[in-house]
Write a protein that binds this ligand. Structure first.
Ligand code: ATP
Length: 706
């Protein structure tokens, strides 16, 4: 990247805030008129809240917070809104980003005690949103989080018997539904950010619908369901929820000016860096920036570039904060930490910051317009990560991260015409993701998958492929009339993909539970290697001491074992070019998984240096992730493989076996990355005959293997 930046050319499309398509009049059942207003900036201080999360999202002065609340559009119509909530058992609420839906509506319901003896629960698609919103609401209610207001996310529950307002991830509520499909302890369920259409939210729509019906029939305490978003496809939702009332909340807190690039950008990372510095030299130091990128590697590359360019550029000092799902929670919270006056914070985030969250002082959003999505091809069974353009709804949500505590601007690094040709809403995850984890949860909750009410039904062949996988994993007894097996019941107790819970449950048989726990924990974390661009050669040289000739899985295990033994961990990671945050996160995940294994009475054993045992154990869950060499005599990186699903794939250049000569005849990989070519990521060599031994049912139907 050139160290000089240049203007990419942006055009001001909308001077006075959002240019929004209004919802269609036909479905405008009720309309509550609001005034738009502004709120004062809320000053923030850091304070210690939960066991292991240092947070910076909370209060300074309770009067300031109350004043800010009163100025929110939602707060101003609370009388009428509460009347509607009292009257209706199901309703849809639509209101501008930042108008106060998520923080205020649950509080308003609680202030009137509409929840009675039950709890109010609010779902969020992402953990960072559930945590930061709970902290904010606790501060507004002048209480500690975990008291009246709490949150529950994977690997962390900060609630108590006193909790009445609970924020949680949609995945957590789904897990609760396995144990209690009527969700009886809740009297109000708010499904927030409904537009995101995650698999978990889509399933929850069905679960709450069924629970509401059954609770009415059995005259158990009634259940109120509220579905909320700023950018949802109202017609679809209203049809699904039996023509329930829709409430439109008008008004927003602060205007956001939208700018589009005048021309198409070839390289969005480059365009992002140019725009950052263009704004850096022209905007006040206290305006913070939020930049949307697609993943950890990209964020680290842009972070490096910013730091390099900043050395040669005039302007206020810069603090760059990354924000992506795999970042350990304490590190994510750094984004909410105040910077010294006169310092500019630049947050580089994936779409985990796209909806719900408020990062105070963000005045400029830089939207690259792209997102990395997991998708799945049911025809080939290949699961892959693809970088693609986001929807219009995503564009509005991203812009909505500015203008929350003061007027703001969103700089879109794509043209207005490109924006207008994008789909209005994202493709529901259920139509593009592997369904095995969700189907397992549904069956565990006693639900019949084929009659379950879904907004959009996944293609029949996706369902069959997922049921077949679950059968081969031993989680269900048949594809036609699936019932959970004893193994399947145990698998559903782990908050991880069934492929990996199968690995843990098989580990005692292979005498390697210690190693399997470490490996699954590391695979649940983001990249543990740190390879700075300017010291690439040195980092790769240091990495060599951990490399196993069998490939990446044992290499990862070697690193993790050494990390656990190291005394000065931070220093040790620095010397070895390893990511301390991600290794610490893996360590915490391992503790949680270990606790579940202990509850299930699994025997803890170690295979020591017999790593074949661990690879066979890994194969017991990941048998559908095998590939076979089709290029005898071609060395390492050039070798072509065919996957179990029949597709062509190559070793990723970062794989330990990339240069192996001769190329191993059979491989086991963790993930396929689909760019111009299909690459296998995190790969180990296996013996071809292991598949027959470990997963005979799958081996029989796998054509590539035969
Ligand atoms: N952590 C925070 N720090 C400062 N202000 C906050 C914080 N959280 C919320 N706010 C204020 O409360 C307002 C309402 O936030 P809330 O999340 O309830 O809006 P929303 O309507 O749910 O938005 P969205 O549709 O984007 O999720 C924000 O615009 C902001 O002014």
């Amino acid at each position: 990247m050139d160290s000089k930046y240049c203007s990419i050319g942006l055009t001001n499309e909308t001077k006075n805030g959002f240019k929004r398509k209004k919802p269609t009049a036909s479905i405008c059942v009720k309309k509550v008129k609001l005034l738009s207003d502004s709120i004062s900036n809320c000053l923030q201080n850091g304070h210690e809240v939960s066991k292991n999360i240092e947070t910076h999202v909370v209060k300074k002065n309770s009067d300031d917070l109350q004043e800010a609340r009163r100025k929110l559009p939602v707060f101003m119509v609370r009388g009428r809104l509460l009347e509607e909530i009292r009257k209706n058992n199901t309703m849809i609420i639509i209101g501008e980003t930042g108008s106060g839906k998520t923080t205020q509506i649950p509080q308003m319901i609680h202030e009137q005690r509409l929840e009675g003896t039950g709890l109010i629960v609010v779902t969020q698609p992402r953990r960072v949103a559930a945590i930061t919103i709970a902290l904010r609401v606790a501060a507004e209610m002048n209480t500690e989080v975990g008291n009246i207001v709490g949150y529950s996310v994977r690997f962390e529950d900060v609630t108590s018997p006193r909790t009445k307002v609970k924020y949680l991830t949609d995945g957590m509520l789904l897990r609760e539904a396995i144990l209690d499909p009527l969700l009886s302890k809740y009297s109000v369920i708010i499904l927030d950010e409904a537009h995101e259409r995650t698999v978990s939210t889509d399933i929850l729509f069905g679960i709450v619908k069924l629970a509401q019906k059954e609770r009415n029939e059995k005259t158990i305490n009634p259940l109120k369901v509220i579905v909320m978003s700023a950018t949802m496809d109202v017609d679809t939702f209203r049809n699904y929820f039996d023509s329930c009332p829709v409430i439109y909340l008008e008004g927003r807190t602060h205007p956001v000016t939208i700018y589009h690039s005048k021309t198409k950008q070839e390289d969005y990372q480059y365009a992002a860096v140019c725009t950052i510095f263009q704004l850096h030299t022209t905007t006040p130091a206290d305006d913070d920036f939020l930049v949307f990128l697609t993943g950890q590697e990209e964020i680290e590359a842009v972070m490096y570039n910013i730091k390099q360019i900043a050395k040669e550029t005039t302007g206020p000092p810069i603090r760059v904060c990354p924000l992506y799902a795999g970042l350990p929670p304490a590190q994510q919270m750094q984004v909410w930490k105040e910077t010294p006056p006169g310092t500019r914070k630049i947050v580089l985030a994936t779409n985990i910051a796209e909806a719900s969250v408020t990062i105070p002082r963000i005045k400029c959003v830089i939207d690259t317009g792209v997102v990395k999505e997991r998708s799945w091809c049911s025809a080939t069974g290949a699961e892959r990560l693809v970088v693609r353009s986001g929807s219009q709804a995503a564009g509005w949500q991203r812009a909505g991260r500015a203008g929350r505590t003061a007027p703001g601007a969103a700089y879109r690094l794509y043209t207005a015409q490109q924006f207008n040709t994008r789909p209005l809403h994202p493709t529901p995850e259920i139509l593009r993701c592997p369904l095995a984890p969700t189907i397992l949860l549904l069956i565990a909750a006693g639900v019949e998958p084929s009659t379950f009410p879904l907004i959009d039904s996944p293609p029949r062949d996706s369902v069959t492929a997922s049921l077949t996988l679950l059968k081969e994993l031993g989680a269900i007894d048949s594809v036609e009339n699936p019932k959970l097996t004893v193994l399947g019941r145990k698998m559903s107790s782990f908050p991880i993909d069934p492929k990996y819970s199968k690995v843990l449950l098989s580990a005692p048989e292979y005498g390697c539970l210690e190693e399997a726990l470490s490996l699954v924990a590391v695979l649940s974390s983001e990249n543990i290697f740190y390879t700075p661009m300017h010291k690439r050669e040195e980092a790769l040289k240091v990495k060599r001491k951990f490399i196993s000739p069998t490939g990446d899985h044992i290499t990862l295990l070697n690193v993790f074992k050494a990390f656990c033994k190291a005394t000065l961990k931070k220093q040790w990671c620095k010397e070895n070019y390893l990511n301390h945050r991600n290794l610490t996160y893996a360590y915490e995940v391992r503790q949680q998984l270990l606790a579940i294994c202990q509850r299930l009475n699994l025997t803890l054993s170690s295979c020591g240096s017999a790593t074949d045992q661990l690879l066979k154990c890994l194969l017991s869950g990941l048998f559908s992730n095998c590939a076979w060499s089709r290029s005898a005599g071609v060395a390492g990186g050039g070798a072509r493989y065919v996957t179990g699903a029949g597709g062509a794939a190559s070793l990723h250049p970062a794989a330990a076996l990339h240069a192996a000569s001769p190329p191993p005849p059979a491989l086991l990989y963790t993930e396929l990355l689909h760019t111009r070519r299909t690459y296998m990521i995190t790969v180990s060599a296996i013996q071809p005959h292991w598949l027959q031994q470990v997963a005979p049912d799958y081996a029989r139907r796998c054509r590539a293997y035969r």
